[in-house]
Design a protein around this ligand. Structure first.
Ligand code: CP
Length: 353
């Protein structure tokens, strides 16, 4: 069957088909009102969420299906020590498709190994968030009309911002994409993402110096929950604040996206600017998740494409937040284009034991 663990699990053509399906759903809601009658979505959320979980729920309900699951893992047998592998084996008996959010990076990969039904990664730690990326792509399509030849400014917490990592992986596949990275030095992109950037990216320290050149400004929250040291969070949390005054430096056509929730990185005086697309973006999330659920339920006979050559390894992942550090599973590795051996679950470097 097909899963969605990483945005590149979908080819550019498949991504385009999903976006077109989402637009057809927007224009013909009644046509899709019963296409998932009798089907069940399990939402397994080990980490807090408002938009992702509720939009998955609303999406399945609007397709005619039902939803079960948990929004707090402490109320499930996870609190008794049940592994991700065992949890999805069990839930495979109760549902037809699973959307999983987990604080451990790579947890949805483990789920996909042991599940008998499709797994959708609804966000894993600071690693990846592919359905947010589909939301972002649909938003850009609907707001600007195309996905190629765009200059995208990514601002804020690029180190832990899983939405940024996934958006880069997806957008780098389109002709003429240019990335502008705007972050404090301490919150720069991890190297496994930086290594895949097209060579024309630029990295700056202020929004003011680049706003004039952007088609899309993608703001992100500095993620308090990922910091080991809260003093570092306090020092960095207000690094970038977009306000109405700064918006005067931006082109008329530029759109502002944000995966939300925001804390104070976008001042509320920007909300009434027609270029502020972040609440329209939320609604796109429901439609693209409708398209995704419907599509994956139709692809149960297809084989999951494998983008990387994987091999078993005895080496340990250097990432403390990786699922391999806690879940007793086979460790798998791949070698990246720089010749570095990386964890197949979270993409961090491996260390020799
Ligand atoms: N964008 C996003 O993932 O929001 P939630 O954390 O509220 O799901």
């Amino acid at each position: 069957m097909r899963h969605l663990i990483d945005p590149t699990d979908l080819s550019v053509e498949e991504t385009q088909q999903l976006l077109e399906l989402a637009i057809d759903i927007i224009n013909n809601r009644q046509k899709y009102a019963h296409v998932c009658d009798g089907k069940k979505l399990a939402t397994l959320f080990y980490e807090p969420s408002t938009r992702t979980r509720l939009s998955f729920t609303a999406a399945m309900m609007e397709l005619g299906g039902n939803v079960l699951g948990f929004s707090d893992a402490r109320t499930s047998s996870v609190s008794k020590g049940e592994t991700v592998a065992d949890t999805v084996r069990v839930v495979s008996s109760f549902a037809d498709i699973i959307a999983m959010r987990h604080f451990k990076e790579g947890a949805p990969n483990v789920a996909a190994q042991f599940s008998r039904i499709p797994i959708i990664n609804a966000g894993d730690g600071g690693h990846s968030h592919p359905t947010q990326t589909l939301t972002d792509l649909l938003s850009i399509m609907r707001e600007l009309g195309h996905l190629d030849n765009l200059t995208i400014g990514l601002c804020g917490d690029l180190k832990y911002g899983r939405t940024v990592h996934s958006l880069i992986k997806a957008m780098k596949r389109y002709e003429g994409t240019r990335f502008v990275l705007i972050s404090p030095d301490e919150l720069r992109l991890p190297d496994y993402i930086k290594n895949i950037l097209p060579s024309n990216f630029i990295e700056v320290n202020t929004l003011e110096e680049v706003l004039h050149m952007l088609d899309v400004l993608y703001m992100t929250r500095v993620q308090q929950e990922r910091f080991a040291n809260q003093d570092d969070y306090e020092r960095l949390k207000d690094s970038f604040i977009l306000d109405a005054k700064k918006m005067t430096l931006a082109p008329e056509h530029m759109i502002v996206l944000h995966p939300l929730p925001r804390v104070n990185e976008i001042s509320t005086d920007v909300d009434s600017d027609p270029r502020a697309a972040y609440f329209r973006q939320v609604e796109n999330g429901k439609f693209v998740r409708m398209a995704l659920i419907y599509t994956l339920l139709q692809k149960t006979e297809e084989t999951q494409p494998q983008n990387k050559v994987l091999s078993a390894t005895t080496h340990t992942c250097t990432n403390d937040r990786c699922i391999t550090r806690t879940e007793p599973i086979e460790k798998l590795a791949y070698t990246d284009t720089e010749g570095i051996e990386r964890c197949a679950y979270c993409d961090h470097c491996l260390k020799t034991n």
